[in-house]
Ligand binder design. Structure first.
Ligand SMILES: NC(=O)c1ccc[n+]([C@@H]2O[C@H](COP(=O)([O-])OP(=O)(O)OC[C@H]3O[C@@H](n4cnc5c(N)ncnc54)[C@H](O)[C@@H]3O)[C@@H](O)[C@H]2O)c1
Ligand SMILES: N[C@H](CO)Cc1c[nH]c[nH+]1
Ligand SMILES: [Zn+2]
Length: 809
């Protein structure tokens, strides 16, 4: 039986202050939140911060309109049971996937809960937390208790916050009142026949955390935290009246806490506390060993090791085991929204997809985005996490490839092309002029399409070309200037793994040509069928004047261009998108001073974020999401909905599913959609904040008066404004560049532009007058830096010019 009073919290803003002012409320261990007045984030914070409230319920008032997604988000924030007005409401929740036992229906005088605590919560004992008093708490408890003992005392079991039994004591009505009032362990001593405040003489005091009753109301349970120096409960100086506790995880936590305070300097545990890199390595090592363990004894051995190091991390970070348990509890309370059920009425009958069988990634399930409420901060954070491998993991694979190509040149390149692309080559380089036969199969229609795209990209990038010398006279006689120069040799990577992308060839080749780079080298994986690259890529290479096409992809192609081989020139800069191997290799060579090679940016797996409102055309939105989803299984597409109705969401999901099923790359799409999401916001500002935070490669605005919102965009690779601006236009033909920063790097990088192929050199010219104007300042600053030669270079000149006396020091 739980505490008889259920405190009712009606105001989100006051949640924290009520608990602070009236800490005795938490002794009940339970709370009912009015979900019409409390935000999802406030509920989540309440559950997370107030660990004493083990059982948090939510009241759904029937006159309050609340969306399905918000209900799910509330439940996922840690609400154990939803109180509803009637069976219709209860059915709605069950249709959403909320288990029956987690819904308590109003029976007139009570809400009957059958989850975790089996209890009827009487309505007259649901009391506004703001007006609740200690006396009410104590009286309600006492009036519920019964005892058949002659001395009228109540048997009281005392446990710690891990529910480990500390001992058995007795309470009187008076001691109960005092314990609630002071929130400490106060009992009744039968030997002394008086009220007994635990620890007053021994110093081993107790903080009272929670009070519960047993099933028939004749025994109490006090959950306490021992606060004394030795934190012993028993008068025999042991942790409990039944002796010391067995070690276990709680024991280990206590031990490590003591070690954290006073472990000897040279001990291993101290080393672990002091060296986060060592601790990280150990956790990884033990995790790997656990995955490799096979027998029962191996598994338990390795799991124990992993728990040990994980516990060191917890203690070193000040995180308690209780907080971890709390997390497990919240995760246990999470529900997954039942796909399709709630929206069946919106799905067209003739194309109604089958409900998801197992998971979203299952081959027969709905191709639908997971829906998250924007108020569910943790949910949003998880939804916007990109599905990429950790740098350390991918580098682990890429480093040996790069090193081998660096040392063995073409031989290694040929080997890797055989291994990863299944093509055996004699010669990995195609030299210009490219043989006509390589253009075989190129239709006139294709030439025209490529020409149109090339011309638009040229126009837009030509307009960006900085030719002029910038000059500023900062002081009379001090002329500063800056002039552009093309980067001499550039290596352009054209992806070819899951799709051949001649469009990328032109997006890179055209601005390189516009900027007048002296040597343009292409690299692209050869096709399995004939070991060549596609005629479209060769056509573009010819048009932009590329000198060579390296017939290789992945990290090996990047390495070949960064370090050079017998027949491949070492380039100064590598540009172009690619999968995670390509991107990691680019980042690797950029950091290797031996390569002396820069890169454009990390341009990895394609991604798009579509902001859509109720005016958006569901088919358009779905088509844009799919156009990036089909790039690869590591792509991510995000829909940010602004005040979308349930019907619009259903239309978009339905369109997504229908269109996806007709795509030849449906399997890739399905996997991409499985880690993509729709986040629902209440305002445009919220949507743009979220988008700026995510910093998408492509941002599509399918909202009313879209152009008016462009000023709110701060982080994005390229923006597509309005219903008739699909992202595909930018991918191929409008004129903007499609090589854009991904992984959130749009925060600090621009997409490829003409300037990416240029560098800027500054120059200055100082006359005697100019030297007189700035010379003394230079000398003063050089002096404070202790760099006398710098100072002398001025002094000598100024003295010769008679601007300083001969004896000037
Ligand atoms: N951000 C942008 O501007 C932009 C533009 C166009 C394309 N893209 C992205 O570029 C990517 C292209 O990827 P892709 O895979 O189709 O082609 P890719 O050419 O980038 O990669 C293919 C190469 O990867 C290597 N590889 C594959 N598996 C490997 C493994 N297990 N170990 C080592 N190397 C391996 C192979 O050498 C292969 O040649 C897509 O993710 C697409 O979304 C991004
Ligand atoms: N959308 C890709 C950039 O992320 C570029 C591309 C090429 N072809 C089709 N799309
Ligand atoms: Zn694309």
């Amino acid at each position: 039986m739980v505490f008889p009073i259920l405190p009712f919290f009606t105001n989100g803003k006051d949640l924290r202050s009520v608990v602070e002012v009236k800490p005795f409320i938490s002794l009940s261990g339970q709370a009912l939140l009015d979900l019409s007045q409390i935000e999802i984030a406030e509920a989540a914070a309440f559950v997370e911060e107030n660990t004493a409230f083990k059982f948090v319920c939510g009241l759904l008032k029937s006159d309050h309109q609340i969306s399905d997604n918000d209900i799910i988000s509330f439940v996922n924030s840690g609400i154990a049971v939803l109180f509803v007005a009637n069976e219709t409401e209860a059915t709605r929740l069950q249709d959403l996937g909320i288990p029956k036992e987690r819904v308590a229906v109003d029976s007139g005088s009570a809400y009957a809960s059958r989850f975790e605590v089996v209890q009827d919560f009487q309505k007259d004992l649901i009391i506004d937390a703001g007006s609740l008093t200690e006396t009410q708490m104590a009286q309600s408890l006492i009036s519920t208790l019964r005892t058949d003992r002659a001395d009228k005392l109540y048997t009281t079991l005392v446990v710690d916050s891990y529910e480990r039994c500390l001992g058995l004591v007795y309470s009187s009505e008076e001691s109960i009142k005092l314990a609630i009032q002071k929130q400490v362990g106060i009992y009744y001593s039968r030997s002394r026949n008086e009220i007994w405040e635990k620890g007053l003489t021994s110093g081993n005091t107790q903080k009272l955390v929670n009070i519960r009753l047993d099933c028939d109301g004749d025994a109490l349970k006090f959950v306490v935290v021992q606060e004394g120096k030795k934190s012993d409960f028993c008068h025999l100086n042991t942790a409990s009246c039944y002796g010391e506790f067995q070690s276990g995880l709680v024991g280990l936590e206590q031990l490590l806490r003591q070690r954290f305070e006073n472990a000897p300097e040279k001990s291993y545990t101290r080393r672990l506390f002091n060296d986060p890199d060592l601790l990280t390595a150990k956790i990884k090592e033990e995790a790997e060993e656990l995955t490799e363990a096979n027998t029962k004894s191996e598994i338990s051995w390795e799991a124990a090791d992993l728990f040990y190091f994980a516990m060191v991390k917890l203690v070193a970070s000040g995180v308690s085991l209780e907080a971890v348990e709390r997390n497990l509890h919240i995760k246990h309370l999470k529900v997954t929204r039942r796909q399709g059920d709630a929206k069946a009425k919106f799905i067209k009958q003739e194309t109604k997809p089958q409900p998801a069988q197992e998971t979203e990634s299952s081959l027969s399930g709905l191709i639908n985005l997971a829906v998250v409420s924007g108020k569910d901060k943790k949910g949003v954070e998880a939804a916007l996490e990109r599905p990429i491998q950790r740098t350390s993991e991918i580098m682990h694979l890429v480093n040996p490839i790069v090193e081998k190509v660096k040392s063995e040149g073409n031989k290694a390149l040929i080997e890797f092309t055989n291994k990863f692309d299944g093509v055996k080559l004699e010669n990995p380089v195609l030299e210009a002029p490219f043989p006509e036969e390589y253009l075989e199969g190129l239709t006139q229609e294709m030439r025209d399409a490529l020409d149109l795209s090339i011309e638009n990209v040229r126009k837009f990038h030509d307009a960006q070309l900085q030719k002029e010398v910038l000059q500023v006279e900062t002081q009379p006689g001090v002329l500063c200037s800056r002039f552009p120069r093309p980067i001499e040799k550039v290596g352009l990577y054209i992806p070819g793994g899951t799709a051949v992308l001649p469009s990328t060839a032109l997006m890179l080749g055209v601005p390189a040509r516009v900027a007048q780079c002296k040597e343009i080298v292409f690299a692209s994986p050869p096709r399995k069928s004939d070991g060549r690259v596609s005629p479209e890529v060769v056509y573009v290479a010819q048009k932009v004047g590329a000198s060579k096409i390296v017939l290789a992809g992945g990290a090996q192609a990047v390495a070949a261009m960064a370090y050079g081989t017998e027949t491949i020139p070492k380039v100064d800069k590598i540009l172009g998108p690619g999968n995670q191997f390509v991107t990691a290799a680019k980042m690797y060579v950029q950091n290797d001073t031996q390569a002396l090679c820069s890169i454009d940016m990390p341009a990895g797996p394609s991604e798009v974020l579509v902001v859509a409102d109720e005016h958006a055309d569901a088919d358009f939105v779905a088509s844009d999401l799919l156009s990036q989803a089909e790039h690869g299984i590591d792509s991510q597409v995000i829909l940010v909905g602004v005040s979308l109705s349930e019907q619009k969401i259903a239309e978009i999901q339905n369109a997504l599913h229908e269109q996806a099923l007709k795509l030849p790359r449906v399997d890739i799409v399905r996997k991409c959609i499985a880690h993509s999401s729709a986040v629902l916001c209440d305002s445009y500002e919220e949507a743009f904040d979220m988008s700026n935070d995510y910093a998408p490669e492509h941002l599509i605005l399918q909202i009313k008066d879209a152009a008016d919102y462009v000023p709110l965009v701060f982080n994005a690779g390229s923006v597509f404004v309005g219903a008739y601006t699909p992202e595909s236009c930018g991918d191929y033909s409008s004129g903007t560049n499609h090589t854009l920063p991904t992984y959130g790097y749009a925060r600090q990088y621009s997409g490829v532009n003409t300037g990416t192929f240029q560098k800027f050199i500054t120059a200055q010219s100082v006359t005697p007058e100019g030297l007189e104007n700035i010379g003394r300042a230079v000398m003063t600053v050089a002096k404070v830096e202790g760099l006398d030669a710098h100072r002398n270079a001025i002094k000598i000149r100024m003295q010769k010019l008679g601007q300083l006396p001969e004896n000037f020091q």
